[in-house]
Design a protein around this ligand. Structure first.
Ligand SMILES: [Zn+2]
Length: 287
């Protein structure tokens, strides 16, 4: 049987004439770089939503020239939360958002704030985007829980980047539609978005000190791998157990293989060092 592989080449095995694939070194190097980039996207220095579901659709802010973060952009996804998040994480969509919030308050971060997401065309350099479940033409899914959760996330962004909780396209919070043609000429989140309610909630959370909206995070965990397939996570977990490490598999976007849960970061780092010595890739993350 002949294996086909673009960019690879076929060679004859000297012993039996069996054809097998020889992958050029360049291709291996590129694959390693791609994996490193994926890990960097998976493990941002910090994140501020219930879960981090990395999107590959992002770039450096400086690529857009104007890279000082000073405006939060409010969107709606014209879809359900699940479908919207899945699309924003699909490499072929070429779109993304820093955050997304659902009508029941479910929420995630997909791109680190230090990067530009792909949501508002030419204005991606200086903005942080929050997407919401729902439809601009009806406002049907704009619930109290959604406003509350989104306002907590927005208050955190305001706090971190010195953004005032006022409606503005130069220094503040705005609708995607406020950005006009430079922002891609979109009409979201539409006339049903309750700005008065939203901005007063952002102000409330900003002044009340509850500006680190991280309902489910708190413990430092050592992550040894993240997989699409559960079977791959289980295989790694059993290798770790054999090597004497207490291990568990959690589903948080990916199937994650983790060891330990610590309130002190240094304890997690100590365990990560042991794991590295034993030959495992290990990263400390908070969740
Ligand atoms: Zn939008």
């Amino acid at each position: 049987m002949t294996e086909q592989h673009p960019g690879g080449c076929l060679a004859h095995d000297q012993s039996g004439g069996v054809q097998r694939l020889v992958t050029p070194e360049r291709e291996i190097r590129e694959a390693v770089e791609a994996i490193k980039a994926e890990i960097a996207a998976l493990e941002p220095p910090d994140y501020y939503a219930s879960e981090y579901l990395a999107s590959p659709n992002y770039s450096s802010r400086s690529a857009y020239g104007d890279s000082r973060i000073r405006v939060i952009v409010v969107h709606d996804m014209e879809s359900s939360y699940q479908a919207g998040v899945s699309w924003l994480r699909n490499p072929s969509s070429q779109v993304s958002s820093h955050y997304a919030v659902g009508s029941h308050g479910e929420n995630c971060q997909m791109v680190g704030e230090q990067y530009a997401c792909w949501a508002v065309a030419y204005d991606n350099g200086f903005t942080v985007s929050i997407e919401h479940e729902g439809y601009a033409s009806t406002g049907r899914y704009y619930t109290e829980e959604m406003y509350e959760t989104s306002a907590k996330i927005a208050a955190g962004i305001c706090h971190r980047h010195g953004i005032p909780p006022v409606r503005s396209t130069s220094h503040g919070i705005c609708a995607h539609s406020d950005l006009g043609a430079a922002g891609g000429g979109h009409h979201d989140p539409g006339p049903y978005w309750d700005w008065e309610r939203y901005l007063s909630l952002v102000k409330k959370y900003l002044s009340g000190g509850g500006v680190r909206p991280a309902p489910q995070k708190g413990l430092w965990r050592v992550q040894v791998g993240a997989f699409n397939q559960k079977s791959n996570a289980d295989t790694l977990a059993s290798r770790l157990k054999k090597a004497g490490f207490d291990t568990y598999v959690v589903k948080s976007g990916f199937w994650r293989v983790q060891c330990g849960a610590f309130s002190e970061r240094k304890n997690a780092e100590e365990l990560a060092a042991h794991l590295k010595k034993a030959g495992f890739e290990a990263f400390v993350r908070r969740s």
